[in-house]
Design a protein around this ligand. Structure first.
Ligand code: DHB
Ligand code: MG
Length: 631
């Protein structure tokens, strides 16, 4: 599989775009005409710059409003094409993309268009160039790749072929199967883009909302599979028009793009009939069996406050690390590590972000293979020295520069608590609150980063994503999307903040980056848990009484249940699968908090309650700009 990306997909000036594209690992680049026109240098200069980066120019585009023009426009259109051929020869590329005509004066007729292409093929052939025809989803006469293919077929010229673009085909829900009967040598190149499902005008959707394969909702893998089944093994080229990417970080977008293509190739490679596609093999997506631990970096009073909170939540210190200042707090299957070591990555993380849950360990079937896949997908591996005899945990860098450790039961990784830790007996003076496991981990990030991390998790791990929902904060909207696996062992909510006045935005600004903003633990009996927490001295987040009147009316609750919810500050929700109960802590530090949930079949995350608990949580934050009050 040869990889390419259109310059239009990346932010910045042409030289910056090319540098980012090359650094990310692409083999080729489509030169988008506007990027070329805005660049102060000759076509030959651009060609040299591209090749100096080790890239190939896969095509020059777009050439618009060509086929079916009445005279005298027709003659002028051919003159225009000759001028573009001149540029292509100086650039050093042999393929021109012609997109279907949108001009109101263009004439229909498959044979007329085929004749135009035949003549263009003659002219291109004289110069050793080729022309590919692409059906725009909003083309005036041609808006379907099947019609474009019929024109190419009738043009019957070796220098005229078809260009398939997943967006144009999938946005119109055109039968993918129709691709399988196109001869592979007539497919000159394949362009790929995904998009979120939004019901809007096709042109506007395409020009502003495309995203990388796997980031949206279109069946791009099925589309690619159909192409692979033709035997095509040429370039797959990303062509992403996206407002956010245009303003984003060129390097990060290019890395995401490359990851999306490699991941797509891997998905297609695994299906029967895709044998022609040359893709380097990598281990399959790793199945997450449980959350191994969550590790906080903390120091001084913040560490003391965290430990005190963990105790009121019913956690007990059970073991301590042999060589580092790291203690393990346990309850049910939940393991929370508190790392107060000044050395190592935890110390460095603390210095930058303050106390935070900077590392999460995921238990997979085979940690080594999971790491291998992550690295194949350009994740950044992480390691640091360990003391002799201690276990070296494979890890990759995750959200906000934090760590994702990978554990398994196959190796010493499964015995890490016996090897690296020694038991302690400490009377914590608190009772267990019946917390059983981690329900979900909420990571907060700037909105622009969300697609990056959705792709990161779903490409490396066996997990799917839910649609994005809007969470209303009194100071703005926060977008939330869930990455989860079928067993429920992995549930991560990604929250994208657009401004710093929201609870999520405040957290990012004050902790200097993205990270885990809250942890949700699961109980079998929320009322028993609430009572135990109260006895431990835990103070639940106070919820407005108005909420309970509404919830009782909305769900038709028994007033006795409403009264119990109100007394314990428990939030309630229901979906078609069952009921949901939520209890929150106040915020700590710059907006971190804990949540406790009981699921009675319910599958969501209480989005309907978010507006109420966010308003309540925000009351605990110090006002913006005021100095922190100690003590
Ligand atoms: O939006 C457009 O006009 C446009 C141009 C060229 C393409 O290849 C395409 O997919 C869309
Ligand atoms: Mg296209």
């Amino acid at each position: 599989m040869k990889t390419s990306i259109a310059t239009v997909s990346i932010s910045g000036e042409l030289p910056d775009k090319l540098a980012a594209i090359a650094a990310a690992g692409f083999d080729g680049v489509e030169i988008f005409e506007n990027d070329f026109l805005a660049f102060d240098g000759s076509p030959a200069d651009v060609g040299k710059m591209v090749r100096d980066h080790g890239l190939e120019i896969t095509l020059f585009q777009p050439f618009r409003d060509f086929e079916g023009m009445p005279e005298p426009h027709r003659a002028r259109t051919f003159d225009r094409a000759e001028r573009k051929f001149d540029i292509m020869q100086q650039l050093g590329t042999d393929l021109l993309l012609v997109c279907s005509n949108i001009s109101p004066i263009s004439l229909g007729g498959v044979d007329r268009a085929a004749a135009d292409f035949h003549e263009l093929g003659e002219r291109a052939g004289k110069r050793g160039l080729k022309v590919g025809y692409e059906a725009l989803a909003w083309g005036r006469h041609i808006s379907d790749h099947r019609d474009a293919w019929e024109i190419v077929r009738r043009a019957d010229h070796p220098n005229i072929g078809l260009i398939l673009d997943s967006f144009h085909t999938l946005s119109r829900k055109i039968d993918i199967n129709s691709i399988r009967s196109i001869p592979k040598e007539k497919i000159f190149i394949v362009q790929l883009a995904d998009a979120p499902l939004i019901d809007m005008d096709l042109l506007y959707w395409s020009r502003h909302f495309r995203n990388m394969p796997g980031e949206g909702d279109l069946p791009v893998a099925e589309f690619t599979r159909a192409i692979a089944e033709t035997g095509y093994d040429g370039y797959f080229s990303l062509e992403i028009f996206n407002d956010q990417f245009r303003g984003g970080n060129a390097n990060a977008i290019a890395v995401d793009g490359y990851r999306s293509l490699i991941y797509l190739g891997d998905q297609v490679r695994r299906s029967p009939g895709a044998g022609s596609l040359t893709v380097a093999p990598m281990p399959e997506r790793a199945e997450i069996k449980e959350i191994g631990f969550i590790e906080f970096a903390a120091a001084d009073e913040e560490a003391a406050e965290l430990i005190a909170t963990l105790k009121t939540l019913g956690f007990r210190k059970t073991t301590t690390h042999r060589s580092k200042q790291v203690d393990l707090y346990r309850q049910g299957d939940i393991r929370v590590l508190v790392n107060t070591d000044e050395g190592g990555f935890a110390g460095a993380s603390y210095a930058v972000h303050g106390s935070s849950a900077y590392a999460v360990a995921l238990v997979v079937d085979d940690a080594k293979r999971a790491l291998e896949r992550a690295v194949a997908l350009n994740a950044e591996p992480f390691s640091q020295p360990v003391a002799p005899g201690e276990v070296e945990m494979p890890a990759i860098r995750g959200v906000g520069g934090g760590l994702v450790y990978l554990l398994d039961d196959k190796t010493d990784l499964g015995r890490i608590w016996d090897i690296d830790f020694v038991p302690v007996t400490e009377d914590s003076g608190v009772e267990s609150a019946g917390l059983r496991r981690v329900d979900h981990i909420a990571q907060t990030m700037p909105y622009e980063e969300m697609l990056t991390w959705v792709l990161f998790y779903t490409s490396i791990f066996e997990a799917g994503k839910t649609p994005i929902v809007d969470i209303i904060d009194p100071a703005g909207v926060v977008r939330s999307q869930v990455v989860e696996n079928v067993s429920g062992a992995l549930r991560i909510t990604l929250n994208g903040a657009e401004n710093r006045r929201t609870l999520a935005g405040h957290f990012i600004a004050e902790t200097f980056g993205s990270g885990v903003q809250h942890l949700a633990f699961d109980t079998d009996d929320i009322f028993a848990t609430a009572a135990a927490l109260r006895r431990n001295g835990f103070r639940a987040l106070h919820i407005s009484p108005n909420y309970y009147d509404d919830v009782e009316a909305r769900f038709g609750l028994d007033p006795e249940l409403t009264e119990r919810l109100r007394a314990e500050n428990i939030l309630y929700d229901r979906d078609e699968h069952g009921e949901f109960f939520q209890l929150y802590s106040p915020t700590y530090g710059e907006g971190f908090f804990f949540e406790i949930v009981e699921r009675r079949g319910y599958r969501g995350y209480g989005a309907a309650n978010a507006i109420f608990r966010i308003a309540a949580l925000k009351k605990h934050l110090r006002p913006e700009g005021l100095p922190k009050i100690i003590g």
